[in-house]
Design a binder for this molecule. Structure first.
Ligand code: PLP
Length: 375
C-alpha cells in the first residue's frame, strides 16, 4: 500500500514473461502502435505520445529538455518534494527558474498563480498534479486555462494521478504531460510516458539549440512513433508488453469507472482514518484520490508503527519525506486497490496504533470505512 510501485495484476506479469521479440519486428510494432493508441485514450489527447525506458524523473527531464533552451524563464509551482524536484531539473537544464512555493499540504490559489504569471514573462509553467509527498491534488484544469491566457507553455507531472484520476490533457490544455508506469497505471516501474501537443511539438521543431537530452529528443523518436519497425534506440520490449496489457486493463475497466472507484476508495480510507481520530495533512477539497497522508498521534513512533504494519499484518505503508519525516505516514490507494485492501489496511493501522499505545475505539476505522464503501 505504498504510493508506488503499486500491486501488479498477474495478467501484466504474465505479459512481461512472453518471449522477447525483435524490437523492429512487425509483431512488436503492432503492440507498440496499440499501446500508443491506448495511451492516447488514457491521456485524453490527440497529441504525440512518447513512451521511454526510464522512470518519472526521466519524464520530467524529457518534457523540459525538448521545450527549454538555456536561459529560458520557467515558473515552477511547488508545494512538496516532487515540485521541488521539477525546479531542480529545470535549473539543471539551464533554465532561469522562479518558484511559487506553497506550504506542504496546501494548494496554490489561482489568484496567486495569475499574479506571478503577470509579474514576469515566462516561457514555461510547470506543476505537479498530485504531489506524492503531500497527497494534494493541484487545480490542474485552472492552471492550464491560466497558462493559455498568459501564453505560457504548461508542463504537468501526472506521475501520481494518470490512470487513477481524471487528467484531460487536451481539455485542460496541458502542452507537455508526463507520467510513470508504476502508480495508478499499475504496471511495474521502468517506463515513463510523455505527451506533446502541437504547440509543444512546434516549440521543439523551431528551437535554436539542440535539446540537452539526446535520448529524449522528440525529433529523433518521431519516425519510430510513426513506424515502430524503424530504429533509433531499442525500446524495452518486455516492459512494453506490460504497459500494453496495463493500458488494456485500464480501458477495459473504463476511465469513468476507474476514477470513481479511486474516489470511493479514497473517501472510505480518509473517513476510516478520521474515525480513529487521526489528522490528515490536507483538506478533502484538495485531497487526491490516489494516496493519503496522515499525521501520527503524539507518542506513535514512525519506524515501530511501520514495522508492525509489515511484520504483524503484512502491509507496507510509506514514511514521509522532507519536513514531515517521522511525523506522518503515506498510504497509496491507487491502481488495482479494492475494498478488501482498504479494510485490511485500516485494520492493520488500528492494530499497529494500538500496539504503540494510542487510545481509541478499536474497530471504528474499519466499520466507518465499510459504511462508506457500502453506501
Ligand atoms: N513525480 C511524482 C509526483 C512522483 O510521485 C514521483 C515518484 O514517486 C516522481 C515524479 C519521480 O518518479 P520516479 O521515481 O519514477 O523517477
Amino acid at each position: 500500500m505504498i504510493p508506488g510501485p503499486t500491486n501488479v495484476d498477474p495478467k501484466v506479469l504474465r505479459a512481461m514473461a512472453r518471449p522477447t521479440l525483435s524490437h523492429t519486428s512487425a509483431a512488436f510494432a503492432s503492440i507498440f502502435k496499440e499501446t500508443l493508441t491506448d495511451l492516447g485514450r488514457i491521456f485524453q489527447t490527440s497529441g504525440v505520445i512518447l513512451p521511454l525506458a526510464g522512470t518519472g524523473t526521466l519524464g520530467a527531464e524529457v518534457a523540459f529538455s525538448n521545450i527549454i533552451e538555456p536561459g529560458d524563464k520557467v515558473l515552477v509551482i511547488s508545494g512538496g518534494y516532487f515540485g521541488d524536484r521539477l525546479a531542480e531539473i529545470a535549473v539543471h537544464l539551464g533554465a532561469t527558474v522562479d518558484k511559487l512555493e506553497v506550504p506542504w499540504g496546501t494548494a496554490p490559489t489561482v489568484h496567486d498563480v495569475e499574479k506571478k504569471l503577470t509579474s514576469s514573462k515566462y516561457k514555461v509553467m510547470a506543476a505537479v498534479h498530485v504531489d506524492t509527498s503531500t497527497a494534494v491534488a493541484n487545480p490542474a484544469k485552472e492552471l492550464g486555462a491560466l497558462a493559455r491566457e498568459k501564453d505560457v507553455l504548461f508542463v504537468l507531472d501526472t506521475v501520481c494521478s494518470m490512470g487513477g484520476m481524471d487528467v484531460q490533457v487536451d481539455g485542460w490544455e496541458i502542452n507537455v504531460c508526463f507520467t510513470g508506469s508504476q502508480k495508478a497505471l499499475a504496471v511495474p516501474p521502468g517506463m515513463t510516458i510523455v505527451s506533446f501537443d502541437s504547440k509543444a511539438q512546434k516549440v521543439r521543431e523551431e528551437r535554436k539549440s539542440s535539446p540537452a537530452s539526446y535520448y529524449g529528443d522528440l525529433k529523433r523518436w518521431l519516425p519510430i512513433l510513426n513506424d515502430p519497425t524503424k530504429y533509433f534506440a531499442t525500446p524495452p520490449v518486455n516492459m512494453m508488453y506490460a504497459l500494453h496489457e496495463g493500458c488494456r486493463m485500464v480501458l477495459a475497466e473504463g476511465l469513468e469507472e476507474r476514477f470513481s472507484r479511486h474516489a470511493k476508495m479514497a473517501s472510505a480510507f480518509r473517513a476510516g482514518l478520521r474515525a480513529m481520530g487521526l489528522r490528515l495533512l490536507c483538506d478533502d477539497a484538495i485531497a487526491s484520490n490516489t494516496l493519503t497522508v496522515a499525521y501520527y498521534p503524539p507518542g506513535v513512533r514512525d519506524a515501530e508503527f511501520r514495522k508492525s504494519m509489515q511484520e504483524e499484518f503484512g502491509i507496507v505503508v510509506a514514511g514521509e519525506l522532507g519536513p514531515l519525516k517521522e511525523k506522518a505516514f503515506r498510504v497509496g490507494h491507487m491502481g488495482n486497490v479494492n475494498r478488501s485492501d482498504i479494510l485490511a489496511t485500516l485494520g492493520a493501522i488500528e492494530g499497529s496504533l494500538n500496539k504503540e499505545g494510542y487510545k481509541f475505539q478499536l474497530g471504528t476505522g474499519t466499520s466507518t470505512a465499510n459504511s462508506v464503501l457500502k453506501a
